[in-house]
Design a protein around this ligand. Structure first.
Ligand SMILES: [Zn+2]
Length: 367
């Protein structure tokens, strides 16, 4: 009897303790843990050693903007593996085009994540660190280099205090849009990075945000595979709309290029013809002279309507690649075949977009 009372008392005590610990578990959030990467600060940066250490301490907490962003894109991954990669802080100098790098250190061949310590770079360290960590996590997935770069750039802008990104400025003076799916690693031009990043933003906007990438970022080698994977995602999400029904590699190329060039939200608020955060091409960049143009696979050329005025010329060009006339007025726009008639009194501004839907070949046009 005593024994039984005793054990009941113990059970009650145990139950009370369990309840107390459950109650405690909810209101008090777990303290953020620090990712214990080894940090090496090279001599040129030692003047700022205190600032550098305190910035990194903040950024390497597992609830920092860097790790919170990585958790959105890689919800099932063990991020503690990132602690194994040493971080080297050094002065990149003005000759390098980038401010963060993951790979073999060019001096001592040590595989590491390298960050530039100039003040301007330190201001965007959260984005740079998230970008390079994304590349490290992507190493274990079978991705084409443009998918790898697109994810890294999206993660970067999400972890960065700045968006729209200055990176897109370089693109705005062009009439020829580069490919977003270049196979080069690293890409040969800054314009290719800008286009690749904007494509990622475009897809996020039209496929219900970044959740799509959680399902997609494995084994994608081509634009067609990316489209097939997106199609499956929209079916799983029961996203029944126009985009889902028209999705293919070729259509991703067409709609992204139209969106870059048109850059207007439709009347019903759809971003099908706009890219969030992209300010658009500057007007002056429209090509007005004849010549030979080589358009990258997946890229486009924006021409003034006068260049292909005669329908015969538009007809010839549209036989080699899709071509669209973009008509605008103050509050609306429409897209039609260049051969179709339009009411010039209503539509005051127009241009034509020629799109190279090839996945491999440059398109040559003589205008
Ligand atoms: Zn990168």
């Amino acid at each position: 009897m005593t024994n039984s009372t005793h054990s009941t008392f113990l059970n009650l005590l145990q139950a009370a303790l369990v309840t107390a610990s459950c109650l405690l578990a909810f209101p008090i959030p777990a303290k953020a843990a620090e990712i214990n990467a080894s940090i090496e600060i090279r001599s040129q940066c030692l003047n700022f050693e205190n600032d550098i250490r305190s910035s990194l301490k903040t950024l390497l907490q597992d609830d920092s903007v860097v790790f919170s962003t990585l958790k959105i894109f890689y919800p099932k991954r063990d991020l503690s593996i990132l602690a194994k990669v040493p971080i080297i802080i050094e002065d990149f100098g003005p000759q390098k085009q980038y401010r963060g790098f993951y790979g073999l250190h060019e001096g001592d061949q040590k595989k590491s994540l390298q960050l530039d310590c100039a003040l301007g770079s330190r201001l965007v360290w959260s984005g740079l660190l998230a970008h390079e960590y994304a590349h490290i996590l992507n190493e274990q997935q079978n991705l084409s280099s443009w998918m790898d770069e697109m994810l890294a750039q999206l993660i970067e802008i999400n972890a960065s205090p700045f968006y729209p990104y200055p990176r897109t400025d370089i693109l705005k003076n062009h009439a020829m849009t580069p490919s977003f799916f270049s196979a080069d690693k690293p890409f040969k031009t800054s314009e290719a990075y800008a286009s690749n990043m904007l494509f990622g933003v475009y897809i996020s906007q039209n496929f219900r945000g970044y959740r799509a990438y959680q399902e997609l970022n494995h084994n994608i080698q081509s634009v067609d595979q990316f489209a097939a994977s997106l199609k499956k995602y929209t079916e799983d999400q029961a996203q029944f709309d126009w985009i889902r029904d028209h999705i293919s590699g070729e259509n991703l190329i067409i709609y992204f290029n139209l969106a870059l060039n048109v850059n207007r939200v439709t009347k019903n608020g759809s971003y099908l013809y706009a890219v969030p955060g992209w300010n658009g091409f500057s007007k002056e960049s429209l090509i007005s002279q004849s010549g030979k143009y080589f358009i990258e696979p997946g890229g486009s050329l924006r021409m003034s309507a006068a260049m292909v005025e005669q329908s015969a010329k538009a007809d010839t060009i549209s036989k080699i690649a899709p071509i669209y006339r973009v008509l605008k007025n103050e509050n609306e726009f429409k897209i039609q075949n260049p051969q179709d008639d339009y009411d010039a009194s209503k539509w005051t501004e127009n241009f034509l977009v020629l799109i190279n839907t090839s996945l491999n070949n440059y398109l040559q046009v003589d205008i």
